[in-house]
Design a binder for this molecule. Structure first.
Ligand SMILES: NC(=O)c1ccc[n+]([C@@H]2O[C@H](COP(=O)([O-])OP(=O)(O)OC[C@H]3O[C@@H](n4cnc5c(N)ncnc54)[C@H](O)[C@@H]3O)[C@@H](O)[C@H]2O)c1
Length: 249
């Protein structure tokens, strides 16, 4: 079956697991070729070409684009998912933690996007979709450093959308609520009572459940689609209603 993604070429960071893996699966199923930038191949082998890339390193990102350039001069879609978390308030955060997390979540996203611009300029439908978070728009307890990084990703999305509109490269982001991925499974496994902690996360979202990785991927494909040629600089919540709704208990 031919789709609007058939024959397109996409870079998906963090494609080995969770949301990035779901994006790689959806793009592959829709007929795109996927380059998976990740520090680990994870589960991507059936749907993406793994290219080792540590988004925290200039050299690693440069090397990854050299590998891409061996097979294509054009990239149509960049889906930035690679990210790490941190738990605690500003009283817990060390300078090392701040710099490491911002380097991966913010500078890493910028490194990959900057490396991709020359390839995206050659596309008829160049598009970047950043995976941000509900943490950018809601104050969540014990997520100070992570939330700051996602606030930066949201603002950076708008700035990038403005900077590259002349190149017809669209830039948008999704803001997922808590999503059922290996990341959240790791977090829950460290909780004193994982069952209660999961129930608390579920009830925080008005739909009463966690978001699925494939729901986030579907929103990312919507924004990345050449059919959305007029959509740029938008922030799309995928959060079970957590951003917009206030329901009586
Ligand atoms: N899971 C959630 O509840 C949730 C909610 C909102 C936003 N997000 C965001 O979604 C994105 C993906 O999260 P996930 O839940 O799928 O996580 P995950 O841990 O399942 O997957 C993250 C992937 O990123 C890769 N990665 C980590 N550091 C990297 C680096 N330096 N260079 C390259 N790759 C690296 C990992 O190897 C892994 O494959 C993150 O940016 C996260 O902030 C997640």
């Amino acid at each position: 079956m031919t789709t609007e993604f058939t024959g397109l070429k996409a870079i998906v960071t963090g494609a080995g697991s969770g949301i990035g893996l779901a994006v790689a699966q959806a793009l592959h199923a829709a007929g795109a070729h996927v380059y998976g930038f990740d520090i680990a191949e994870g589960e991507m082998s059936a749907v993406a070409q793994w290219i080792y890339c540590d988004v925290a390193s200039d050299t690693s990102v440069r090397n990854a684009f050299e590998v891409v350039s061996e097979t294509t001069e054009v990239i149509d879609i960049v889906s930035n998912n690679a990210g790490i978390g941190s738990i605690g308030t500003i009283l817990d955060a060390t300078s090392e933690e701040w710099l490491n997390l911002l380097n991966v979540n913010v500078v890493g996203l910028s490194r990959v996007s900057a490396g991709a611009i020359a390839f995206l300029r050659k596309s008829k439908a160049g598009s970047i979709v950043n995976t941000c978070s509900i943490a950018a728009t809601a104050g969540l307890p014990m997520r100070a450093v992570y939330s700051a990084s996602k606030g930066a990703v949201m603002s950076l999305t708008l700035a990038m959308a403005a900077d590259f509109i002349g190149d017809r490269i669209r830039v948008n982001c999704v803001n997922p609520g808590t999503a059922d991925t290996p990341w959240v499974a790791r977090l829950l496994s460290k909780a004193d009572n994982p069952t209660n902690e999961r129930a608390a996360l579920e009830s925080r979202q008005p739909l009463g459940r966690l978001v699925t990785a494939s729901e986030v991927a579907s929103a990312i494909l919507y924004l990345a689609s050449p059919k959305q040629a007029s959509t740029t600089g938008t922030i799309l919540p995928v959060d079970g209603g957590m951003f917009g709704l206030r329901l009586p208990k």
